[in-house]
Design a protein. Structure first.
Length: 154
């Protein structure tokens, strides 16, 4: 009997942890979506996807070829006439990465080389996830976004 009582308590504890994790996940997703929509009110579902994807995978898709990534960054810098907004903002619901406003380079606060070096090194911290795991997580995220009843274009 005692064995079953312990097992019941253990299962209840696990269920409470899962409920808390689900609530924390949902709260964090809602906060991330709200932050995105506040900063970028014309965001689409595609923009939200990109934000959460960047949080999970970082900039690795850009950095596979550092020469091409450097050229891309230089083109981005050349195209900016005025860099407004936050200096840095967290990505997604976990905040694994920061999107850094290129004004930090334009204004001389950080050198191009220092920025690019940090950008490249940030890929080393990525914990790989499978496509299947990402699909499941995105489905959960998208469900929460839909429940927020936002007026997203597209």
């Amino acid at each position: 009997m005692r064995k079953y009582g312990f097992l019941t308590l253990f299962l209840l504890f696990c269920l409470c942890l899962l409920a808390t994790e689900k609530k924390d996940f949902e709260k964090a997703v809602r906060e991330a979506v709200s932050r995105q929509m506040q900063n970028y009110p014309k965001s689409t579902l595609k923009d939200l996807y990109k934000n959460f994807f960047q949080d999970k995978f970082g900039p690795g898709h850009i950095i596979s070829d550092t020469t091409a990534a450097g050229n891309y960054l230089r083109r981005e810098l050349a195209s900016y006439t005025e860099c407004t907004g936050e200096i840095a903002e967290p990505t997604g619901w976990e905040g694994n990465f920061l999107r850094v406003n290129l004004s930090v380079i334009k204004s001389g606060r950080i050198s191009y080389n220092t920025f690019f070096d940090a950008f490249v090194r940030s890929v080393n911290g990525v914990r790989p996830v499978t496509v299947a795991d990402w699909q499941k997580e995105w489905q959960r995220i998208e469900s929460i976004i839909r429940s927020m009843e936002l007026s997203l274009p597209d």
